[in-house]
Ligand binder design. Structure first.
Ligand code: HPA
Length: 267
C-alpha cells in the first residue's frame, strides 16, 4: 500500500483527508468532482480489478469546492471471488494516503417496513454474516490491534453531522442496522424473516468488510445505504439488479446533494 500510495501521489497533488466508497448505481457522484484525476484500479499496485456491473473501477481524486476527496468509484465484493483482504484493500490504500474518515455507501434491500424504496439510511451498526473478515491471518500491528473493539464501528459523531446536513437540505435520513451477506444470490423470504428477527433493518453484500478494516486502523466510518428495493418477499415482486441500479440512479441527485454539503464539513 506504500507503493500504491506513491503511485497515487505521483498522479495527483491533492492530499484528501476524507475517502468515499460508492455503491451500486451511486457512481455518478464521482463525475461531480472538480480538478479530477482518475486512476483505473488496474494501474494501482495491490488493488484487484472490480468486475461488478454498475461499478466503474477507478480511484478518483478531486475537489468539492475547496475540499479534496478520494473516491472509489466501484468497490470489491466477496461474491466476485476476492478475499476479505482484497475487498478491504481500497480502505487500506485510503489509510496509506493519510485519510482518517471514510464514507461507505451501498445499495441495500429494505427489511424495516418503514423504509420506502429510494430512502437513504444511516448505518448505525452492522451484523456481519459474510463468514469472512479482513483481519483473518497474522495481524499487522502497525495498522491496528489483534482484537479491535467494534462497539462503535459507525461513528456517532459523523452520524450527527450527516443528520444536521440532511435536515438543512430537507433530506429525510432514516437510521438502521445493516446485515452483510455474501451474495451474489439475493436472500430468500425466509432469510429476510430471520434477518428481521435478529435485528437487521437493511441487507446487502458489501460494506461490513471495509468498515471492519477501517475501524481496525482507527478510521472514523460513516455508512449510508440507499434502499433500492424492498427485501425479498416483502413486495411480491422478484428482485433484479437492473432495478437496483435504476433506483440508485434515481436517488443519485439527492445523494449527491447530501455528499456535496456533508464532505467539506467532515474534512
Ligand atoms: N439484498 C442484498 N443486497 C442488495 C439488495 C437486496 O435486497 N438490494 C441491493 N443490494
Amino acid at each position: 500500500m506504500t507503493q500504491a500510495a506513491a503511485l497515487v501521489h505521483s498522479r495527483s497533488a491533492l492530499r484528501p483527508a476524507i475517502g468515499v466508497v460508492l455503491g451500486s448505481g451511486l457512481g455518478t457522484f464521482a463525475d461531480s468532482l472538480n480538478s479530477a484525476t482518475r486512476i483505473p484500479y488496474a494501474e494501482i499496485p495491490g488493488l484487484p480489478v472490480s468486475t461488478a456491473i454498475g461499478h466503474k473501477g477507478e480511484l478518483v481524486l478531486g475537489k468539492i469546492g475547496d475540499t479534496p476527496v478520494a473516491v472509489m468509484s466501484g468497490r470489491f465484493h466477496l461474491y466476485e471471488g476476492y478475499s476479505a483482504q482484497q475487498v478491504a484493500s481500497g480502505i487500506r490504500l485510503f489509510r496509506a494516503l493519510g485519510i482518517r474518515r471514510v464514507v461507505l455507501t451501498n445499495a441495500a434491500g429494505g427489511i424495516n417496513l418503514e423504509y420506502a424504496t429510494g430512502a437513504l439510511v444511516l448505518i448505525s451498526d452492522h451484523i456481519n454474516l459474510q463468514c469472512a473478515n479482513p483481519l483473518t491471518g497474522a495481524n499487522d500491528d502497525r495498522l491496528g490491534p489483534r482484537f479491535p473493539d467494534m462497539t462503535e464501528v459507525y461513528s456517532s459523531t459523523l452520524r450527527i453531522a450527516a443528520r444536521q446536513t440532511a435536515n438543512e437540505l430537507g433530506i429525510v435520513l432514516c437510521e438502521g442496522v445493516y446485515a452483510a451477506l455474501p451474495g451474489p444470490s439475493y436472500e430468500t423470504p425466509a432469510e429476510i424473516r430471520f434477518l428481521r428477527i435478529i435485528g437487521a433493518d437493511l441487507v446487502g453484500m458489501s460494506t461490513a468488510t471495509e468498515a471492519i478494516a477501517a475501524n481496525h486502523m482507527g478510521m472514523e466510518v460513516l455508512g449510508i445505504s440507499c434502499v433500492t428495493n424492498l427485501a425479498a418477499g416483502l413486495s411480491g415482486k422478484k428482485l433484479e439488479h437492473a432495478e437496483v441500479l435504476e433506483i440508485g440512479l434515481r436517488v443519485s441527485g439527492m445523494f449527491q446533494e447530501l455528499l456535496t454539503a456533508l464532505l467539506p464539513r467532515l474534512a
